[in-house]
Design a protein around this ligand. Structure first.
Ligand SMILES: Nc1ncnc2c1ncn2[C@@H]1O[C@H](COP(=O)(O)OP(=O)(O)OP(=O)(O)O)[C@@H](O)[C@H]1O
Ligand SMILES: [Mg+2]
Length: 330
């Protein structure tokens, strides 16, 4: 198998807050292979955004403190780089899109002007304005924005939410990045537009051969785009598997809970299961499994120590005591 394009190894991150030290990320290891679309799922506050942003130096320190780990990207450990070096990697090799496209577009400049300026900045001035304009129009066409020439001369408020997200995807991909990080890119959009944007991302991923980390709290969203899924809970990865295995053969009780929480058109609403309880307090995290007090399968040994992420074969890993050999054999 080819070397991963991104390898996060044993990352730990804490926030210094007035209430104490908040241990947001606890020993996370994650690889993304070239051309792979990895989904990162888990409920709100579990650390999806902090993990991916911190990997690329986007979580301000203080209050954040990375206490251990490595982030290997393009053969370099990003955690040892200076801000200037990180900025050039972020601009050219890694692109990010976020939930609310309007926040990332300036309301007083036309869409085309912003796109052209972004392209010139991405190429550090090594492209003429005319060529940047041609590339901008080509990218708007690539993201299937209807009537690109007209939208080029529009202001962001004249575009719908879905159109703005297409503009940001065009801006992100103009630099021909190796990795796209999409952090809840469709949460603010209505369902039909959401499906179109997810289709677009899936199409661009296969056409351009780039790697993607798609962050969502919705397993249905990642199923549309990703070939592998990592499930996060309370600052840890609890399961990591090919997308079909997550749906057909989920192992971790938390993943099972997330799957049961997906509404099914043929299932009556009263059968929609949630996961009782809430995330543990990460100022004083449990020493054992962090999901134990919400888990209907928990046994006394679950609170004894942190379960390691065990390899079940075929690229399926799970951090749950129930899958330890001695329990499976018993
Ligand atoms: N600057 C900060 N100071 C203190 N705590 C923070 C800070 N930024 C994030 N956190 C905490 O880190 C935890 C992880 O946050 P994060 O934004 O990564 O969650 P998430 O999984 O992306 O959630 P969501 O699905 O809501 O986007 C949260 O509990 C959050 O409150
Ligand atoms: Mg988030």
């Amino acid at each position: 198998m080819s070397d991963p394009i991104l390898s996060i190894r044993d990352m730990r991150l804490e926030f210094d807050t007035f209430d104490g030290v908040y241990k947001a990320i606890d020993g996370v290891s994650l690889n993304v292979a070239p051309g792979e679309a990895l989904g990162l799922v888990g409920e709100t506050g579990c650390g999806k955004s902090v993990l991916t942003r911190a990997a690329f130096g986007l979580v301000p320190s203080p209050p954040a403190r990375i206490t251990s780990g490595e982030v290997l990207f393009g053969g370099r450990d990003l955690l040892s780089l200076r801000e200037k070096q990180l900025r050039s990697i972020r601009g050219a090799q890694v692109a990010m899109i976020f939930q609310d496209p309007m926040t990332y577009l300036n309301p007083v400049f036309k869409v085309g002007t912003q796109l052209v300026d972004a392209i010139i900045a991405q190429q550090k001035g090594a492209i003429a304005r005319r060529a940047a304009r041609d590339l901008a129009l080509e990218m708007l066409d690539k993201v299937h924005l209807p009537n690109p020439q007209r939208q080029f001369d529009s202001y962001p408020h004249e575009l719908s939410g879905g159109m703005r997200q297409r503009v940001l995807i065009a801006m992100a991909l103009a630099a021909k990045p190796k990795l796209l990080i999409a952090d809840e890119p469709t949460t603010a959009l209505d369902v039909t537009v959401q499906a179109q944007i997810l289709d677009l991302i899936a199409e661009l991923v296969s056409e351009l051969g780039l790697s993607v980390i798609m962050i969502s709290h919705d397993l249905g969203v990642v199923a549309q785009v990703c070939n592998r899924v990592a499930v996060m809970y309370a600052g840890q990865i609890v399961e990591d598997a090919p997308v079909a295995d997550i749906f057909d053969n989920p192992k971790h009780p938390y993943t099972l809970g997330l799957l049961k929480a997906i509404p099914h058109p043929l299932r009556p609403v009263e059968h929609l299961a949630g996961i009782p309880g809430s995330l543990p307090n990460l100022y004083t995290p449990p020493t054992g499994c962090r999901f134990a007090d919400r888990c209907s399968h928990a046994v006394p040994v679950c609170t004894d120590g942190k379960p390691p992420l065990m390899d079940l074969g075929a690229g399926h890993r799970v951090a749950c005591t129930l899958y330890r050999k001695e329990h499976v054999d018993a």
